[in-house]
Design a protein. Structure first.
Lengths: 222, 496
């Protein structure tokens, strides 16, 4: 009975239309549609469609970002409803992200945060100029699976090593994974500081986080 | 002996990417943006200045909205021409609208090792060695700090890099790595030590600075503070926009030009308000975002158009331009690097951009390659040759020679006119022009030739050394900064 509404939800994400995403989410609440059904059968298939178009080269990064923002807009409406119904969306992983101390660049970090969040990760964004102990405290407080550390300058990227070391000193490694990114960050650097991975772009970061969660699940089962 | 710099001078070809009317539209749009949208200057020093000159300042957002007249009056104070001084005066680079000087590129973070070919993190020794090779190349007019000295502490890294260049070359040094006041002051002390005082430094600055804006419509606080120190001492300072269409600028090219122009123009105007008549320059390396990854592409048709269009804007404001060229996204010195760098070099040079940044980096200015540096110089030499145009004087028309040789069968090989002019023809160093048979028997690649050339320079070229007393003074200035940080007297602030 909600087929038209679910189709409109999918379309709102495919179009990257935040207003339509918000409107359909509100409509779902008014009409009594289970928010989990709205997410899993409405919005998520829309996002998957955009993802597959992106992979095949028919859509570009701005399409992805618009879709992700529309997704997050819908989620902002549905979250209180989920809470009211004591329901919870299955979370793919909890990620704490931030830009290292001494560095105030945030575009890349925000991109990664938006994409992760739209892809079903719970994201806690600590902002910029974040001290290592704040990464540690936030990771503990939010039971983070992954800590993402961004740095744009060669003079600040050493801060990524400090975060890895601080998490280790707090006894949270290797349980909490660390991923790093930013213009000067290379595979070699990530390996040298003992990070669990790095990505050169936001789409890659989602793939990396997904892989790390699968690895963690595998390790837990094994 | 100092290498003679052989720059592009007064290009004979012309190209109009933007008509005067189009430039006027971009200028008008820029003033409207600065006045109504505003530009972020995240330092109280800048905001105080703006407020004192009649701008509307939002302290919380650190945004200044500046009336058009303030901007236009300030820009009118900027000198149209000045000189980048070199340790050796014969290597001074006049920025006078007639010359195009290529520099090394910056600031890379990895180096393809000249001996092993291994890709590794850059260090101080690389800065020294690259400076020494660049010192010997007649295509390189001045140095940009090519790679980051990552084996040196953050607070003094930029100073170590500058000292390494001055100790290994007599050419002018420009840096984009100075982003705090304390670094700027120390760097200027070093430059003054080389020139024998601040007055001489003002006359022929052996140091210039470049600061990156933060697109869209933003500046970096530390960079602006460092720039104000430079302006105070008559050290040329430029502001570079790297606005990227569809990412940090609008998806349309004119829109990206407007956003970048507002950033650069507002920063230059601020310098003129603080220190009227100080030497400033326009710097730009706009690009279009890669639509798939969002990355800075550094080499597409949009970049090449920006390369020529930006000079029309700099000319309109009567300030020199430093244009990003040779900014290939290629991962190694290959076909892509050749195409992209040839186009970007040509488009920026044909319109007489005063400075071209810069030779030697790959992967969007991240990886330094000696082969690429030599290839880029070869590209520059091709463009330099093209821009000399075609001489149609009597000697150029060569009627006497044509009469002398007459109709076929005949040739021009062994006549005096040929001997007099043949060296005006371009001769390649790294192009494969051997007959096929020779190539197939000894198929060494042009990359090998370029690498061998760089190795030979590094082995044999000894630039005129810096006076040992001055050299020691540079070291002691750097040591002073490091001691101040160690003792807690100097706190290195966050920047970005």
């Amino acid at each position: 009975m909600y087929e038209d509404l679910l189709a409109a939800m999918r379309q709102s994400i495919a179009d990257g239309d935040q207003d339509a995403a918000t409107a359909t989410a509100n409509q779902a609440i008014e009409e009594g549609l289970d928010p989990l059904v709205a997410i899993d059968e409405g919005y998520v298939p829309g996002l998957s469609y955009v993802g597959s178009c992106f992979s095949s080269g028919e859509m570009f990064l701005p399409d992805m970002m618009l879709a992700a923002r529309a997704m997050n807009a819908a989620m902002a409406v549905l979250k209180p409803e989920l809470a009211r119904r004591s329901q919870e969306r299955s979370v793919r992983g909890r990620v704490v992200i931030g830009t290292v101390k001494g560095d105030i660049h945030e575009i890349g970090k925000n991109l990664v945060g938006t994409m992760l969040s739209a892809s079903g990760f719970e994201v806690v964004d600590l902002g910029v100029d974040v001290a290592p102990e704040r990464f540690v405290d936030a990771a503990r407080e939010h039971s983070a699976d992954i800590v993402g550390v961004s740095a744009l300058l060669t003079t600040t990227m050493t801060g990524q090593r400090t975060v890895v070391e601080s998490l280790a000193a707090a006894g949270m490694r290797p349980g909490v994974k660390v991923i790093v990114g930013g213009a000067p960050v290379t595979r070699a650097w990530a390996a040298e500081i003992g990070a669990d991975g790095y990505s050169e772009d936001a789409v890659g970061a989602v793939a990396l986080a997904t892989k790390l969660m699968e690895g963690a699940a595998g390790a837990a089962q094994g | 002996m100092a290498t003679r710099i052989d720059p592009i001078v007064s290009p004979k070809l012309t190209l109009e990417v933007l008509t005067p009317e189009q430039v006027g539209r971009i200028h008008e749009a820029t003033l409207e943006v600065i006045e109504t949208v505003g530009v972020r200057f995240p330092t109280p020093k800048a905001l105080d200045l703006w407020e004192a000159h009649g701008a509307t300042v939002d302290r919380e957002r650190q945004v200044a909205k500046v009336p058009r007249k303030v901007i236009e009056d300030a820009l009118a104070l900027a000198p149209a021409a000045y000189v980048l001084g070199a340790r050796d005066p014969s290597q001074d680079c006049p920025l006078d609208g007639e010359h195009v000087f290529a520099a090394t590129d910056g600031c890379g973070i990895e180096v393809i090792d000249i001996e092993t070919g291994e890709l590794r993190r850059s260090r101080l020794r690389d800065v020294e060695e690259i400076a020494r090779v660049a010192d010997a190349l007649d295509e390189v007019g001045f140095h940009w700090v090519p790679v980051s000295a990552q084996d040196k502490p953050a607070e003094s890294r930029a100073l170590h890099e500058l000292a390494a260049i001055w100790k290994n070359s007599t050419k002018h040094a420009q840096t984009e790595s100075i982003v705090t006041e304390h670094e700027a002051r120390a760097a200027i002390e070093m430059a003054a030590a080389i020139m024998g005082g601040h007055d001489a430094l003002r006359e022929r600055p052996v140091l210039s600075m470049m600061q990156c804006t933060t697109s869209p419509l933003g500046q970096d606080g530390g960079s602006i503070e460092a720039a104000l120190v430079a302006a105070e001492h008559g050290i040329p300072v430029g502001f570079m926009t790297m606005a990227s269409s569809a990412f940090s600028g609008p998806a349309t090219l004119a829109g990206t030009l407007v956003v970048g122009n507002a950033e650069v123009v507002s920063a230059m105007a601020l310098m003129e308000l603080a220190y009227p008549g100080c030497p400033v320059y326009y710097a730009a390396a706009q690009t279009a975002m890669d639509l798939r990854s969002g990355a800075y592409t550094g080499g597409g048709p949009e970049d090449f158009l920006f390369g020529a269009a930006t000079n029309a804007l700099a000319d309109f404001y009567h300030v020199p331009l430093s244009m990003g060229a040779f900014a290939t996204g290629a991962k190694e010195p290959d076909w892509q690097a050749g195409v992209e760098n040839a186009m970007s070099c040509f488009m920026a040079s044909v319109v007489t951009s005063d400075m071209l940044l810069g030779v030697g980096l790959l992967n969007g200015s991240r990886i330094f390659s000696y082969e690429q540096m030599l290839f880029d110089c070869e590209i520059y030499s091709i463009v330099r040759s093209m821009l000399k145009g075609i001489d149609t004087s009597d000697e150029g028309l060569a009627l006497d020679a044509i009469r002398e040789v007459g109709p076929a069968p005949a040739d021009y090989l062994a006549i005096k006119h040929t001997r007099a002019h043949m060296r005006e023809l371009w001769t390649p160093r790294f192009m494969e022009r051997r007959p096929y048979g020779q190539w197939s028997e000894a198929p060494d690649r042009n990359r090998d030739w370029a690498l061998e050339k760089a190795r030979t320079i590094l082995r044999t070229h000894q630039p005129d050394p810096l006076d040992p007393a001055v050299s020691a003074e540079l070291d002691s200035i750097i040591a002073g900064v490091e001691a101040d940080v160690a003792s807690g007297k100097l706190v290195v602030a966050a920047h970005g």
